[in-house]
Design a protein. Structure first.
Length: 299
């Protein structure tokens, strides 16, 4: 029994040693985590994600969480008996829906702050309205008005740098204002990418409900662990990427081309996916990197 216990302890030590070069490489670097999908709905997964992000902070990273809340917004819209209106497949955000969206997103925001604080790390929840973080203009879909949905025109990251400097973990909900101080809802993926660019993040991680990027979505053996921007563009051009992955991959390419070193697409349904992707030699999702970047895996 004692020998078995020693083997288990040595295995744990090996995990820590494997993580060491990654901790050294990213010490004091900013990582933006876009938090969404099932990991926001399942309470157990939610706690595990917050544990991951908190651990990243405690070992020297500077994490920023950007979260969505689409499923929760939809639940509350139905709860109050409102009939959703769609334009080109997108929900139209009228004034009443916008009011609900802002309330729900702020509720989600403070619930995440609570989870971080329970783990002994100081956190502050803000929206894109605070400190003029996210400035937007009205977003159209195929030239048609979809209500109070915003397209980001400018990011002022000063408030985020101030919070990081004071050792807080910022948690951002994707609400912004236009030049007339009108409030708009923002796609959380777009907000995370824009923020990652503005703070010159070393990493941007998307927590999703998919395993990563596949060359053939029907063949699970074609999961791509690492993908350069050129390779990603080739996959898109050849028609391998479609559905919800297409705008997400385009966001990843845009982030890389604007200074983010590496973007990760992860399955948020897997417990501790962030730690497995960032601190292990193999990783579990897809990492997108610049054409000149060295590949990490299989080094």
């Amino acid at each position: 029994m004692a020998e078995q216990n020693m083997d288990e302890l040595l295995a744990k030590a090996q995990v820590l040693i494997e993580a060491l070069p990654y901790i050294q490489r990213f010490n004091r670097k900013i990582i933006v985590v876009k938090y969404g999908g099932s990991a926001m709905v399942d309470e157990k997964l939610k706690k595990q994600v917050i544990q991951d992000v908190t651990l990243l902070k405690l070992v020297g990273f500077k994490p920023i969480i950007v979260h969505g809340g689409g499923k929760e917004i939809s639940r509350w819209v139905e709860k109050v008996g409102m009939e959703p209106e769609f334009v080109n497949g997108l929900r139209k955000t009228d004034e009443a829906t916008m009011e609900i969206a802002e309330m729900v997103l702020n509720k989600v925001n403070k619930s995440l702050v609570k989870l971080v604080e329970e783990l002994g790390v100081r956190s502050i929840g803000i929206s894109g309205k605070d400190g003029g973080l996210l400035k937007v203009k009205k977003k159209l879909s195929g030239g048609q008005d979809i209500g109070f949905v915003g397209e980001i025109t400018e990011v002022d990251p000063k408030i985020l740098h101030d919070l990081l400097e004071k050792d807080f973990l910022p948690i951002v909900c994707p609400i912004g204002m236009d030049e007339n101080y009108q409030t708009y809802n923002i796609n959380a993926d777009d907000a995370a990418c824009a923020i990652a660019r503005a703070v010159e993040a070393e990493k941007l991680a998307f927590l999703t409900d998919i395993e990563g990027v596949y060359k053939d979505p029907e063949d699970k053996s074609t999961l791509i662990s690492e993908l350069t921007v050129s390779e990603a563009k080739e996959l898109i051009g050849d028609g391998f990427i479609g559905g919800g992955m297409l705008p997400k991959l385009n966001n990843c390419i845009d982030a890389i081309e604007n200074g983010v070193s590496r973007v990760h697409i992860l399955d948020g349904r897997i417990a501790h996916c962030l730690l497995l992707e960032i601190f292990t030699n193999k990783g579990i999702g897809t990492a997108i990197l610049g054409d000149q970047e060295d590949k990490f895996y299989n080094e």
